[in-house]
Structure formats: C-alpha cells, structure tokens
Design a protein around this ligand. Structure first.
Ligand SMILES: [Ca+2]
Length: 102
C-alpha cells in the first residue's frame, strides 16, 4: 500500500509503520526555536509575535520592534512628526511639542 503524503512535504513528516504520514509538530521541541509564538502547520511551522508593535525579524525566530515611522508606513498626519518607541510609536505636534492623535 503506498504511503499517503503530499509531495514536497515529506522531510517534515514522520513516517509511521501503518504507512500513514503524520505531521511532526516542531513547536513541541524547544518551541521550534521561536522566541515568542510557534505556529505548527501541516508539514512545517513558523514563528510569530504575539505582542502588538512587534514583527518577526529576518532570522524568522526573533521578534523586533516595528518601526512605524518608516517613511513607507506614514502612520502620522503630515503636520505631525513620528517618534518610534519600543513596541509602539508617538505622533508629536511640531507646534506644541505635545503628543497628538494618529
Ligand atoms: Ca515601534
């Protein structure tokens, strides 16, 4: 009887004696190497960040602060300056020097 397995996913599956392929939950082993959340998927896994204001780093394991003040994001109105903070950001009114709404 042939094994039931999706092509390309075999390396991350465990073969059982019954010829049924079972998913290997990588998150059960050292949290998959993730420093925050580990999401198991069929044949693979990925790391995620639970806290708002954080995103996964290039190493796909670590959570880093999102730079909301990156020019491409434009989270503050044009007349406000954006100040990036760890886990958040602030929009500052230039004229008053006070934090302002987004
Ligand atoms: Ca931030």
């Amino acid at each position: 009887m042939p094994q039931i397995c999706l092509s390309g996913l075999l390396p991350n599956y465990l073969s059982l004696k019954s010829n049924v392929i079972a998913d290997d939950n990588e998150c059960l082993k050292s949290n998959g190497g993730c420093l925050d959340d580990c999401i198991n998927t069929a044949g693979s896994y990925y790391c995620a960040c639970l806290k708002n204001g954080y995103e996964i780093a290039r190493d796909n394991k670590t959570c880093i602060d999102i730079d909301e003040c990156d020019f491409s994001k434009r989270v503050c109105a044009d007349h406000l300056i954006c100040i990036n903070t760890i886990g958040s950001y602030t929009c500052m009114n230039i004229a008053t020097g006070m934090p302002s709404g987004v």
